[in-house]
Design a protein around this ligand. Sequence first.
Ligand SMILES: *[C@@H]1O[C@H](CO)[C@@H](O)[C@H](O)[C@H]1NC(C)=O
Length: 402
Amino acid sequence: MLSGGLVFLVGAFLNGAAANVAMLILGRLLLGVGIGFANQSVPIYLSEMAPAKIRGALNIGFQMAITIGILAANLINYGTSKIKEGYGWRISLALAAVPAIMMIVGSFFLPDTPNSILERGHPEKAKKMLQRIRGTNNVEVEFQDLAAANELAKRVEHPWKNILQPRYRPQLVICILIPFFQQITGINVINFYAPVLFKTLGFGDDASLMSAVITGIVNVVCTAVSIYSADRFGRRILFLEGGIQMIICQILVAVMIGINFGTNGVGNMSGSTADFVLFLICAYVAAFAWSWGPLGWLVPSEICPLEIRSAGQAINVSVNMFFTFLIGQFFLTMLCHLKFGLFLFFAGFVVIMTIFIYFFLPETKNVPIEEMNTVWKAHWFWGKYIPDDAVIGGQNLKELTA
Ligand SMILES: *[C@@H]1O[C@H](CO)[C@@H](O)[C@H](O)[C@H]1NC(C)=O
């Protein structure tokens, strides 16, 4: 986290002080590397630190920070764009130093997770840490799980080669498909389309501000809904409800645009139609913000056994960035060819991924992270991949899944 923060800080500095395009590009590359570090380490850190009962809520705190950051950044950008002398962009870019400094300072106060202390061979220290973060001396059962997980992990020398073994097939598949699915919901296309819609709604010059503020607030509030629900009602219910809500919204948006603009894109929307489409967009952003948005980071960080946890998360981050890039590159071309059909295209994917979740993603709420294999073992499809000796603890399984 420290290195991520430092790289990010240098990137922010280069961007803010940029004298030429090369500096901008280099700065942006460093910011990207910084984000990569953060997205690799933060979700795993939070999932390992959190007591199982509130792991979802704590992990989604990361997404919460990001959504608040996006809202703040949009407001700042709007403000700096009004600066007549034209140096506003420097302020915007240099302000990336604020989260960077927070991360750097924070990383000095953050203790290591018991897992990583144990991995480095200090069982006594690891136990102390566990007692400290649980606020009780009674951590025997959990510590035993950690120690067992550590023993299993030690047998594995090459996490990257290992993750390809059949015994990790469920985790590998999920760590590839979840980030792919998260991006193919079309969220970034909706984010792009929202300001256009706001223009037709008559917000005029302030359209992009209004759009950013409204979708930004929906995003923050609905991420809070996810924090509240993930450990109470479970990940699956959020995925399934969110998926269905997104499908409905996308189909209706496609229908409304199709009726009003046809395939040649000429036409207009009456006020009430535009209001309705605006409502649909907000309902769609809401659904994403309490399902695929945060859970796309939570689930991959909690399903992998210790020995492949970093490798799994690295795959998750890379696949996510890769498809963010692809969709960013191609969606305009697709929009030109598919017109309103683009929304149906994404809706089709959301149908597939919702069905996938229904059949292939077991519920992980409240399951201690080191006992996760009990859940895979009990799964109708994945169970056959999990060898008996990979299952740790599990005496609580009945209680947990009851
Ligand atoms: C990093 O993780 C956050 C938090 O969940 C997410 O909102 C963001 O899109 C991720 N960024 C990248 C580049 O993957």
